[in-house]
Write a protein that binds this ligand. Structure first.
Ligand SMILES: Cc1cc2nc3c(=O)[nH]c(=O)nc-3n(C[C@H](O)[C@H](O)[C@H](O)COP(=O)(O)OP(=O)(O)OC[C@H]3O[C@@H](n4cnc5c(N)ncnc54)[C@H](O)[C@@H]3O)c2cc1C
Length: 536
């Protein structure tokens, strides 16, 4: 086998996957048909859930240093500011990162690419995947190299992170169901001043469309995203000048544009692959789903796909779990993509519809509803959880098992375990649970439970890190705030989601969960496999 996993595509999704696989000790080859990293900003919003993952990788500080924190959002209509939502309030106590980090895709790729190199793996640029054929226990991939020659390589698994025109998807004959929108999007990176609230996201709604303005690093730097006026949709080689009149129209007299360093137009589609897997090949990121950029979800969703698949693939590659575990990737990520496509499609149609009535809806009704809704704390919190991706759940996954006895209000199997600050040792310091969790292991949180018996696990102990929570008044308050009952136990998957939970931990339940839900190979099976491999 030339490699255990071939990652096709070194965009954000491929870089995240390669990072996660390499840090878990998986032999990985990552290729990209381009000569080097992309220099275009493209996606700009890094969501809280992505920053939580960056923190486990040790790159969150670098991202925070380079990015700009968007702590609020403002909605404008008819030249007036109609509503403001404070993201820092809505996300407080939900995540250590209660904001939208404005950091270009190029910077995200650079940070992840640098980290991958530090882990000892580099992207093989100028290398395109041309086709692939699957066998029972491997995949043959045909690569085109920089000098135009072809090379066949054998991989145990292939991850298609190769974007909207994915060769992995097409080689496996997987339909990319959906359609293009008739609208044409534009993006522009500018230096300008005007009515915008500094350091915050500004949304301008007007009769003929909308403009989103994101604060970028540096003084008066703004990313503008919007749709082209109808009359300009089919004009080739359009320049930034073409959108200035409509910007001035709703940005007001005070708008002063000094420069534009990047302007691009593109047609967008909403499509989803009908399957995210074909035997030994997986689809992730834009190869699996594309949608409108309204909501800054595209790049982040690809990163979550990669984080979801990586730990499962690593356990299977290292023979610690059976391949049946991998079925949960599709089961968990397809519904997330479908919900995202439906949600962004609805929002997009509302903000871009060309009809006169929709124009009226946008400036009058939508702005009013937004102003009313954002003043409601519960609405703000729900919106934050959705947009920040901290609210993604997998309740229907076969990996999610809540045992009897937990109240409905408690965190349940399939939820991301809540962010809490706890005292782990009696009289010790109050610490951030997310910093204590290992994302290369399962984590077992024990609250008011007797100590675990010797040999509680029928497998390698390194797979689970145990955290016993001390009985303490501070802990009582924090647990009750997060609606975590006492006594209880929570087995958290490496990607931070609750796998198994209940009120009283029985070793038998734990063992059964690992054997029947996670499909872990028992120590004996593992031992036999290793011996067979050693003797050939
Ligand atoms: C102009 C523009 C603006 C955008 N703005 C936003 C935004 O504001 N917010 C947002 O969330 N999203 C935005 N997006 C979408 C966002 O860029 C994507 O969702 C994101 O790039 C997906 O990452 P990915 O790694 O899955 O795919 P990609 O970034 O497309 O990366 C795929 C990689 O695979 C490589 N590749 C392709 N085919 C092959 C092959 N056969 N062999 C080897 N390598 C191959 C490509 O060279 C590329 O590097 C925007 C997109 C565009 C085009």
């Amino acid at each position: 086998m030339d490699t255990e996993v071939l990652v096709a595509g070194a965009g954000p999704t491929g870089l995240m996957l390669a990072n996660q696989l390499v840090r878990r000790g998986v032999r990985t080859l990552i290729i990209d048909r381009h000569a080097g990293p992309s220099l275009e900003t493209r996606a700009l919003g890094v969501q809280a859930r992505t920053l939580e993952i960056y923190s486990h990788m040790g790159i969150a500080d670098r991202a925070l240093e380079l990015g700009k924190r968007g702590t609020g959002g403002n909605i404008w209509a008819d030249g007036q500011r109609r509503a403001r939502v404070a993201l820092s309030d809505a996300g407080e106590k939900v995540t250590p990162y209660p904001f939208l980090l404005v950091l270009g895709q190029d910077d995200n790729e650079r940070i992840m690419g640098d980290h991958l190199r530090e882990l000892g793996c580099s992207v093989q640029w100028n290398t395109a995947l041309v086709s692939l054929t699957q066998q029972a226990d491997s995949v043959t991939a045909v690569l085109k190299l920089a000098d135009g020659s072809h090379r066949n390589i054998l991989a145990a698994w292939v991850a298609g992170c190769d974007g909207a025109r994915s060769v992995v998807r097409e080689s496996n004959g997987i339909t990319f169901a959906g359609a293009p929108y008739e609208h044409v999007f534009f993006v522009a990176d500018t230096e300008m001043t005007g009515s915008m609230v500094p350091d915050e996201v500004n949304v301008y709604l007007f009769r003929n469309g909308f403009h989103l303005l994101f604060p970028m690093r540096g003084k008066d730097h703004w990313r503008i995203a919007g749709i082209l006026p109808q009359a300009q949709r089919d004009k080739p080689d359009l320049k930034f000048d073409a959108v200035i009149p409509s910007l001035r129209n709703e940005g007001g007299e005070g708008l002063s544009i000094r420069s534009c360093t990047w302007f691009s137009t593109y047609r967008i589609h909403h499509r989803s692959a009908v399957r995210f897997r074909d035997r030994r090949c997986f689809l992730l990121g834009d190869a699996a789903h594309i949608h409108s950029p309204v909501g800054a979800q595209g790049m982040n969703t690809g990163l979550q796909d990669a984080y979801n698949l990586a730990w499962k693939l690593a356990l299977v590659v290292k023979n610690q779990a059976k391949p049946a575990l991998l079925d949960s990737y599709e089961q968990e990520r397809v519904p997330v993509a479908r919900a995202l496509l439906n949600g962004t499609d609805r929002a997009f149609r509302l903000v871009v519809s060309d009809t006169w009535l929709a124009g009226l809806l946008r400036t009058k009704v939508l702005a009013k509803i937004a102003a009313f809704a954002v003043n409601r704390k519960a609405v703000q919190k729900a919106a934050f959880r959705t947009i920040s991706q901290t609210g993604i759940r997998y309740p229907k996954s076969f990996l999610s098992k809540s045992l009897h006895g937990l109240p409905d209000t408690a965190p349940q199997a399939g939820d991301r375990f809540p962010w809490v600050l706890l005292r782990f040792a009696a009289n010790g310091p109050v610490e951030d649970l997310f910093q204590k969790l290992s994302d290369t292991q399962f984590n077992l949180i024990l609250i008011g439970q007797p100590p675990l018996p010797e040999n509680a696990f029928a497998f390698d102990d390194d797979l689970v890190r145990v955290h016993a929570i001390a009985k303490d008044a501070t802990n009582d308050d924090e647990l009750s705030r997060a609606q975590i009952p006492q006594p209880s136990f929570y087995l958290i998957r490496p990607d931070g989601y609750i796998g198994l939970c209940g009120t009283r931990l029985e070793t038998g339940d734990l063992r059964a969960y690992f054997a029947q839900n996670v499909y872990l190979n028992t120590a004996r099976e593992q031992h036999v496999k290793e011996r067979t491999a050693a003797t050939g």
